[in-house]
Design a protein around this ligand. Structure first.
Ligand SMILES: Nc1ncnc2c1ncn2[C@@H]1O[C@H](COP(=O)(O)OP(=O)(O)OP(=O)(O)O)[C@@H](O)[C@H]1O
Length: 597
């Protein structure tokens, strides 16, 4: 069951009310031309919202959603085409298809088409979801081209480049409305589900999302299929609104229009999709009139070829110049109007690891194109104790943290987490098996709130019916950040950002926590606060900590044991006193510092 939060319900209602009002006014009070424009708007809302589900949450710009509309349009039209014209328009229809084609009601056409859209989306989504960023965007362009070429080449079924006609024109404002409302509800609810939130986290930082237990590939796949189905439904509506169409109606021009609608409103929100679509539909209608040579205040304007496209392009340029996140920004309208109250939680008195857990590093080596970053490193991180990992710059500390957490698989040796070799489990499963981490260069989900940052991790380990929000608030309470819960992560001061990373890792309920330079960039007061937080975590949660730090005073104050690396090799392991007195350490590390001082 997806999580349907109060906020998502508020958001759906906030967006649905204006659509319902528009549809009824258009149907009963507006002239036919404007009612048609309102219908077209509702169809485009459905299409753009489908695109937003994938692009808005994953951050991957899609050129492919017009392709889903095409599949929906042709798939449904084959089922609903008027039997009287079928033999004329599709004389070469294969026998197996002729048996089921034609004469079906719109609803049957819609369901049949969505089945085909779902299969197509799943087949293409399998490889696509393994890609991110620009590579994924280019792949969606490939998807559009493949769909277009397939439609043109399948002339027996689609009439190729010729117009497909004879489709019953049964879509009015009141037919398009329920589909648009379902689309908006699906998109707004999806945004706040575990899947939607974790995909938004991966949009912000894929590595941190995986380290927080997010299966990025799976979430991208689900959003692609869900968004495809919604845009496919818009294609069904458009086909039955127009009555006749050809493959070029679902190609680059439509793609450009859909992208303009989404980008103008703001790709990150469903509100942006709904609002941006309204603006572009109105603008395109006005510009088309002007393009054809309209009369304004008695003055006959000349025809201007391409005015519509140029106008839309210029408006997008102007909005992007001033507002990079679009007119509606990064938060939904409902999140601004009716923010969910933050309910404080008490940190759990006793939780986390038991003593029956283990983290063993056995002969781990890492090579980067000939450079030996780590060589045969072996030690154990003990539950409930703080182990320090020190060494001069370039000693291999961060590489070791990456190897332990599965981000960089070891070239040799193995890391055993509770007896399981971490190299044999997917990277996103290592955190859910009890290993949290922070990063040397802070990796937060910058455009999510503080609370959302932590919920992503809490979701990854939450059982059915468990309240991730309360768990996340409890983790924030441990680091003293409950009051900042609704702030965007990016607005936090540096020390708070580091503490937030720790809270996010804690929300995984880890047995072991790897902290990569947690005090870097902190002032002395922030460092003291950090030490007391780490002590509290150690005492109350019995988590085994592995702390990489250059601040030797902090290491000596905090750690029960210390491991020293130098040039990729482990040169010492022992208590702080033993390390202080170790000649190899003094020579390789502490001695150098003293000499420098
Ligand atoms: N992805 C990579 N590709 C190539 N070389 C790398 C890579 N990551 C690390 N190295 C190299 O491996 C060595 C160890 O780097 P690492 O960052 O682990 O050291 P460190 O002890 O954490 O250093 P610092 O204290 O400066 O952060 C360095 O020589 C570094 O340049």
């Amino acid at each position: 069951m997806p999580r349907i939060g109060i906020q998502a319900v508020k958001g759906t209602i906030t967006l649905a009310l204006p659509l319902i009002a528009l549809a009824f006014v258009a149907e009963f009070f507006l002239p036919a031309a404007l009612a048609r424009l309102a219908t077209l708007y509702l169809i485009y809302v459905t299409a753009v919202v489908g695109m937003q589900i994938y692009s808005g949450n994953s951050g991957i710009i899609s050129f492919g959603h017009a392709g889903f509309m095409a599949v929906g349009a042709y798939g449904a039209s084959l089922l609903t085409i008027q039997p009287a014209v079928m033999s004329t328009s599709l004389p070469d229809l294969p026998v197996w298809l002729a048996g089921i084609a034609g004469g079906q009601p719109l609803l049957v056409g819609m369901l049949g088409a969505l089945l085909v859209v779902g299969v197509v989306a799943a087949l293409f989504g399998l490889p696509l979801s393994r890609l991110g960023g620009a590579a994924a965007s280019i792949a969606t362009l490939g998807f559009l081209v493949i769909i277009h070429v397939t439609l043109v080449a399948s002339a027996d079924i689609t009439r190729g480049t010729q117009t497909f006609f004879g489709v019953p024109r049964g879509v009015s404002t009141l037919t398009a409305l329920p589909v648009a409302l379902i689309a908006v509800a699906v998109a707004r609810i999806y945004r706040d589900t575990r899947g939607g939130l974790s995909l938004r986290a991966a949009r912000e930082d894929e590595i941190a999302a995986r380290a927080s237990g997010v299966n990025v590939v799976r979430q991208r796949f689900l959003a692609w299929v869900l968004g495809g189905l919604v845009s496919g439904a818009a294609g069904v509506l458009l086909a039955h609104f127009l009555g006749a169409f050809s493959p070029k109606d679902f190609h680059f021009n439509l793609t450009f229009l859909l992208m303009a609608m989404l980008i103008l409103g703001g790709i990150s929100t469903v509100s942006g999709a709904v609002g941006g679509t309204a603006l572009i539909v109105v603008m395109v209608d006005l510009l088309r009139r002007l393009e054809g040579g309209a009369e304004v205040f008695g003055l006959q304007l000349p025809q201007v070829f391409g005015l519509t496209d140029i106008g839309v392009g210029l408006v997008i340029l102007a909005v992007m110049y001033r507002l990079r996140d679009g007119l509606f920004g990064l938060r939904e309208v409902d999140e601004r109007l009716f923010p969910e109250p933050v309910v404080k939680a008490t940190p759990p008195a006793q939780s986390g690891a038991s003593d029956n857990v283990s983290l063993a590093i056995e002969g781990v080596g890492c090579r980067f194109a000939g450079l030996v970053a780590l060589d045969d490193v072996s030690f154990a991180v003990r539950p409930g104790l703080v182990t320090g990992l020190i060494g001069p710059n370039g000693a291999g500390k961060s590489t070791l943290i990456n190897a332990i957490s599965g981000v960089v698989p070891p070239s040799s040796g193995r890391v055993l987490l509770n007896g399981t070799d971490t190299a044999l489990v997917p990277v996103h499963e290592v955190p859910t098996r009890g290993l949290g981490r922070t990063f040397q260069n802070i990796r937060l989900f910058r455009n999510l709130t503080v609370l959302e940052n932590v919920i992503v991790a809490a979701d990854a380990v939450a059982g059915p019916g468990e309240d991730s929000r309360a768990a996340a608030m409890a983790a924030l309470a441990v680091v003293g950040m409950q009051d900042l819960a609704s702030r965007p992560a990016t607005s936090l001061p540096y020390g708070a950002q580091r503490r937030l990373e720790i809270a996010r890792a804690l929300a995984l309920r880890p047995s072991f926590l790897l902290l990569d330079e947690p005090a870097a960039g902190m002032n002395p007061a922030e460092t003291d606060a950090l030490i007391s937080v780490l002590r509290q975590i150690q005492a109350a949660h019995r988590i085994g900590l592995l702390v990489v730090e250059h601040d030797l005073k902090l290491i000596m104050r905090l750690c029960d044991r210390i491991v020293v690396l130098n040039k990729g090799q482990m040169i010492a392991e022992g208590t702080p006193e033993e390390i202080r007195a170790n000649p190899a350490v003094i020579e390789a590390y502490i001695g150098k510092r003293r000499a420098a001082a």
